[in-house]
Design a protein around this ligand. Structure first.
Ligand SMILES: *Cc1c(COP(=O)(O)O)cnc(C)c1O
Length: 381
């Protein structure tokens, strides 16, 4: 199978109101360049000084003691499961409404994903989890979809009762909070992505695991780096998934200079759209709870006649996108897992009707108003 990204890169950026804003995000790249130069001069390309510093910054920002920089969000999830000892024969409970990587991490760890339907906030329905627990269940992997925290009190309660670990997929949820706590305080291990299309975007792949558990942190520091405890001694033969120093430099720069604005503007824009959309009966917005601070990695809702609306908005210069059209249990990759259409009606309904609109920090007031007007015109409101 060919690499389809070069073509995809050429195609994105065609809309005036776009999901992708990386050229603007890095228009001041000269400042980052200067710091990258130092990395080149020092030559500490993998797990260098800047990685230590950024792990500390990132952990503090999200409410954890320890940060372990890794190669991607997917590796953060995979290595977290491995740190817990998850292996063949184990089950991990998660949602079918997520990105492929959540399930990929479980399967590559050797375990079996067990799906539980989503709720009206588009996250895993905590009320349905207990029925899915078996003697083989090792962990629950909630996904804070679009940056909106899951019902962590309920999930942690079950985890405690059944002696399970909670590994959160927080790849959308940098700087989110739950009951005023940093998102990383709410699970045993919390996993983040810094992929260029995530809220904190680096110049390639990057990820992070956060935890307050020192033993798990020590395991992760080792297993991301061949299982080494020092240069000459290996504790467990393991994997290589280190955060590049260059990416840590980029992430540190964005965190110091831009991240509060990135999150703040997304929240502001999302609230503005919510206000306009909440009275339109053809739109159903996800349930939002006051004790949860979402950072709107995606702004999405359920829109009647979704496919037609998407085409219409595209003709109006708006990059309306579907994240994503097919739930995990109906993917070709899941064909041997024994699921069928109808098994998870809420997740399937989200996939059939959801649409995302850009709310990043470079979206202007005029563009927000244009999006609202176009949606209203479409529904004849
Ligand atoms: C992006 C993403 C991941 C994987 O992150 P990578 O850094 O691309 O490996 C995992 N889970 C969710 C929900 C994501 O959106």
């Amino acid at each position: 199978m060919a690499n389809f990204y070069p073509k995809q890169y050429q195609e994105t950026g065609q809309f005036p109101i776009n999901h992708n804003y990386l050229p603007q995000q890095f228009s001041d790249y000269e400042e980052i360049w200067q710091q990258v130069k130092k990395v080149v001069q020092q030559g500490d390309f993998t797990l260098g000084h800047a990685v230590d510093k950024f792990e500390h910054t990132f952990a503090q920002m999200n409410g954890a003691k320890y940060g372990i920089g890794v190669g991607s969000g997917t590796d953060a999830l995979f290595l977290s499961l491995k740190a817990l000892g998850v292996d063949k024969g184990d089950e991990v409970i998660t949602t079918p409404f997520t990105f492929f990587a959540t399930i990929g991490s479980i399967v590559t760890a050797g375990a079996t994903p067990v799906f539980v339907d989503a709720a009206d906030d588009f996250n895993i329905d905590a009320k349905l989890i207990e029925d899915a627990i078996t003697p083989r269940t090792k962990a629950i992997m909630p996904v804070h979809w679009s940056g909106n925290p899951c019902d962590m009190d309920e999930i942690n309660g079950l985890a405690k009762q059944y002696n399970l670990s909670v590994v959160a997929d927080a790849c959308h949820a940098i700087q989110a909070t739950y009951n005023n706590k940093g998102i990383a305080e709410c699970s045993d291990l919390t996993c983040f992505s810094m992929h260029p299309l995530k809220n904190l975007n680096v110049w390639g792949d990057g990820g992070m695991v956060l935890t307050n558990n020192k033993a798990l942190a020590d395991t992760l520091y080792s297993i991301r780096n061949h299982g080494l405890i020092d240069r000459d001694h290996c504790q467990t033969f393991s994997y290589n998934s280190r955060l590049d120093t260059v990416q840590a430099v980029v992430a540190q720069y964005l965190t110091d200079n831009k991240l509060n604005n990135i999150s703040g503007k997304r929240i502001e824009h999302a609230e503005y759209l919510d206000n306009a959309f909440k009275s339109i009966k053809h739109i159903k917005l996800p349930n939002r709870q006051p004790n949860k601070k979402s950072v709107y990695h995606l702004y999405m809702g359920l829109f009647e006649r979704r496919d037609e609306l998407q085409v219409f908005l595209n003709t109006q210069g708006i990059d309306a996108k579907v994240h994503y059209p097919v739930p995990m249990h109906l993917q070709p990759a899941a064909k041997d897992m024994g699921y069928q259409k109808g098994d998870f009606p809420v997740a399937e309904n989200i996939c059939d009707n959801c649409l995302s609109l850009p709310v990043h920090e470079y979206i202007s007031q005029d563009q927000l108003d244009h999006m609202i007007q176009c949606v209203k015109d479409f529904y004849g409101e």
